[in-house]
Design a binder for this molecule. Structure first.
Ligand code: ADP
Ligand code: ZN
Ligand code: ZN
Length: 742
């Protein structure tokens, strides 16, 4: 019997072709079925999406036959379809784009036959890895939190200090779930690919012995397409019980999803920067509601949005806040030793531990935060004297230090003092960064790279100088300043000189080659490194055991940024960095975080010193409330790219005018427009990248619903505006709902 199917295919966001196309099939197929369909001259992957239109509306001569069904793959579930539909509507993209982007790329490329073969491959036998890694004995805080998770509906905001054992809570919550329901699946997300291997090994050690290796699969963009397809099929078929991944994993088809964990939920990486600019964290919460799965958002420094959502229920809060203020202390560390069958050594002796705790003077094992007032240091000093002394002292004791600065390269600008020349990028509104290592000037925005000129390109002066500093310079200066220090234990009768300190730099440049990051991290873990220099890359997540001093060399910039989220990001970065310090209680010396600042009295650093995120959040929320900023308003950005700045702004301002004048005439729209504020177009902070001019326009409303309604209707207006002659030179435009950077 011939039936009509509405099929979703990948179409560009603003394609005139509707997102759903009609095809003919000789059999009825359930919604969500994966099919291959002809599209133009090629054949492509499609998803049977909506019930077909009535016969009368279809012109049989124009409708083509589907090419085949991907046999053996169950249709995508209704909840998945709803998730994708919601994401498309909310983030203003076509459903086809969102749905097809959410499926593993290889599914699009393979023919129906190839998929068949892949499915028929025998799964590898469950490899036994011996006994499950002993579950930790939970701390009282962990026990309390887990009880809440078991008995309450959530969503939960697990607000736990770094090292308070949040990951252990996730492991337990997943273990309880899998044990109680033989089909249930869990999704655990982390913000960065770099953090997945660590997580994977913890989950595998715990769950592979119980459920087999293939019960745990990963899903992130660092995987090859065949690997991704394999993980996806395992998740979709229900064979995988646990999916670990980055933001893209939020779209994984999981027929029995019961638990979603979003670790480091504050991390901006959860927001996609292209296509549908979705927030995986927000979609996780939505998905949890849709599928009756519990959602745990975890962080030591929650996003202000989530923090605000977790205010008491009687004040309107919708998340349940769970608090774990203490680092896993020495008592718990003893129980690890017991659980792993080791005898506590003399160094883990309880009395010694108590003494250590007394000495450290900070409660709960959190590091002591020290502010160095740079106003009282020699001008242009990169490292203050007290910080240098502290580093010397630590390394002499065989401890590690970490120094970070959020700028890679040697210096952000080269300049000529004679004529004022600066190393501008000819293609961007930015300076090219001086990389001393290969003597290049590199644009970090468009990649344009040249050798450093011998002399000033405009006046010939041979004395062109670096201005400002990056991690390469830090590494070099530290090497010079600490040249006289020897590695402890290396000075002997045979080697009276001893060995120099080992200083290693980790940033996007040092880790460009595949495997480089792993090698460098392994060297840190093995104790082969005394001082680690790097960008925020090293401040996040890594479980460095022997680092007892962390220093932020120049963090002040974010205090005066025009981006209202900059303080939030700085606070969380510094707290994260602090979390790298003193993770091993057995090391015995008190750990410290050093902040070099010209603003030692700034409230942000005060809250940091007190390890008081709630105080920081309260002050920030107050400011946001007064200024009507998120979470007290909802925002969307329209970005335009064009050959000229005029064209980009003309496009935006014409669309704005249409909103203010034409839409206001639409029946019933006045009350909505009254709640929506459309700002005039402005050039973006990075106005030009790779010779493309960029402008943006902010739309704001105290009501999310009004903003959504407006944006949905305005989309067609934007689309039509593009054709206006004033917009000649426009290249593309895109909407960013809930933008993170403005
Ligand atoms: P977080 O995710 O909050 O930073 P983790 O879960 O990684 O913290 O825990 C920090 C360290 O403490 C890890 O090495 C972990 O193995 C250990 N740990 C966590 N919970 C316990 C516990 N109940 N007993 C002993 N050690 C624990
Ligand atoms: Zn010059
Ligand atoms: Zn450039």
């Amino acid at each position: 019997m011939t039936t009509w199917l509405c099929v979703l295919v990948q179409t560009p966001a603003h394609a005139a072709l509707g997102p759903v196309l009609t095809y003919r099939s000789e059999q009825t197929l359930p919604l969500g079925t994966l099919v291959r369909v002809p599209l133009g001259k090629r054949e492509t992957l499609g998803v049977v999406w909506e019930p077909a239109a009535a016969d009368a509306e279809i012109d049989p001569d124009k409708v083509r036959d589907i090419a085949g069904v991907l046999e053996g793959i169950a249709p995508l579930g209704q909840a998945w379809q709803q998730l994708v539909g919601f994401a498309a509507r909310y983030y203003q993209r076509s459903v086809g784009e969102v749905a097809l982007a959410a499926l593993p790329p290889q599914l699009r490329e393979l023919s129906a036959l190839q998929v068949q073969r892949r499915l028929q491959r025998k799964p590898t036998a469950p490899a036994s890895r011996g006994d499950p890694q002993a579950a930790q004995m939970l701390s009282p805080e962990q026990t309390e939190v887990l009880e809440q998770i078991q008995t309450q509906a959530g969503p939960f905001l697990l607000f736990g200090a770094t090292g308070s054992g949040k990951t252990e809570v996730y492991l337990h919550a997943v273990a309880d779930l899998l044990a109680s329901d033989p089909a249930a699946q869990a999704l655990v997300m982390v913000p960065e690919i770099n953090l997945t291997p660590q997580l994977e090994s913890r989950f595998l050690a715990r769950f592979a012995p119980l459920y087999g290796e293939q019960a745990v699969v990963s899903m992130h963009s660092g995987m090859t397409n065949p690997q991704r397809l394999k993980s996806w099929l395992a998740a979709h078929s229900g064979a995988a019980r646990i999916v670990l991944g980055t933001r893209m994993a939020v779209f994984t088809s999981l027929p029995a999803l019961r638990l979603i964990v979003v670790d480091e939920e504050h991390d901006p990486s959860y927001k996609s920067g292209e296509g549908a600019r979705y927030s995986a964290r927000d979609l996780a919460v939505y998905r949890g509601k849709l599928e009756h799965a519990k959602v745990i958002l975890g962080s030591a420094t929650p996003s202000l949005e989530s923090w605000y959502q977790s205010r008491p229920a009687d004040q309107g809060g919708r998340y349940l806040r769970l608090h774990m203020p203490s680092r896993i202390g020495s008592l718990a560390a003893d129980s690890v030793a017991h659980a792993e069958g080791q005898t506590p050594s003399a160094s883990t002796d309880q009395a010694a531990r108590d003494a250590m705790r007394l000495r450290s003077g900070t409660p709960d094992g959190l590091p002591l935060v020290r502010r160095v007032d740079m106003n009282h240091q020699p001008r242009h000093a990169v490292f203050s004297l007290p910080l240098l002394d502290a580093i010397r002292e630590r390394v002499a004791r065989g401890e590690q230090c970490m120094v970070f600065l959020n700028r890679r390269g040697y210096s952000p600008v080269l300049h000529c003092a004679d004529c004022g020349w600066k190393s501008e990028c000819p293609h961007c509104s930015a300076f090219r960064v001086f990389h001393k290592i290969d003597r290049t000037l590199r644009c970090h925005h468009c990649g344009f790279t040249q050798r450093v000129p011998r002399a000033c390109p405009t006046c010939g002066n041979i004395d062109i100088e670096p201005m400002g500093r990056g991690t390469e310079q830090l590494e070099e200066q530290l090497g010079e300043l600490l040249a006289d220090v020897r590695r402890p234990g290396t000075v002997s009768a045979e080697n009276p000189q001893g060995e120099p300190l080992r200083i290693v730099r980790i940033d996007a440049d040092s880790t460009r080659l595949k495997g480089a990051l792993e090698t460098q991290l392994a060297a840190v873990h093995a104790g082969d490194v005394d001082v680690l220099v790097g960008t925020q890359m090293i401040a996040k997540g890594h479980d460095f055991r022997r680092i007892t001093l962390v220093a932020a060399v120049n963090p002040d910039g974010a205090l005066f940024s025009s981006d209202f989220r900059a303080p939030e990001r700085l606070f969380s970065l510094l707290m994260q960095a602090a979390g790298r310090s003193g993770r091993d209680a057995a090391l015995g010396s008190s750990s410290e975080v050093w902040i070099q600042t010209f603003q030692p009295a700034h409230a942000l650093y005060g809250a940091l010193k007190a390890h008081d995120y709630p105080a920081f959040a309260e002050q920030q929320l107050l400011e946001r409330k007064q200024a009507g900023m998120p979470p007290f308003s909802a925002q969307a950005l329209v970005r335009a790219e064009a050959r000229t700045q005029e064209a980009a702004q003309a496009f935006l301002n014409l669309a704005r005018q249409a909103a203010l004048e034409d839409m206001a005439q639409w029946p019933g729209w006045a009350p909505i427009l009254e709640q929506v504020f459309v700002f005039p177009a402005v050039p973006m902070t990075m106005q030009r990248v790779a010779n493309v001019e960029r402008a943006q326009m902010l739309v704001e409303s105290p009501s999310r619903a009004a903003l959504q309604k407006f944006m949905a209707a305005w989309h067609d207006v934007l689309h039509a505006t593009r054709a206006d002659p004033a917009c000649k030179g426009m290249i593309r435009w895109a909407v960013d709902v809930d933008p993170l950077a403005i």
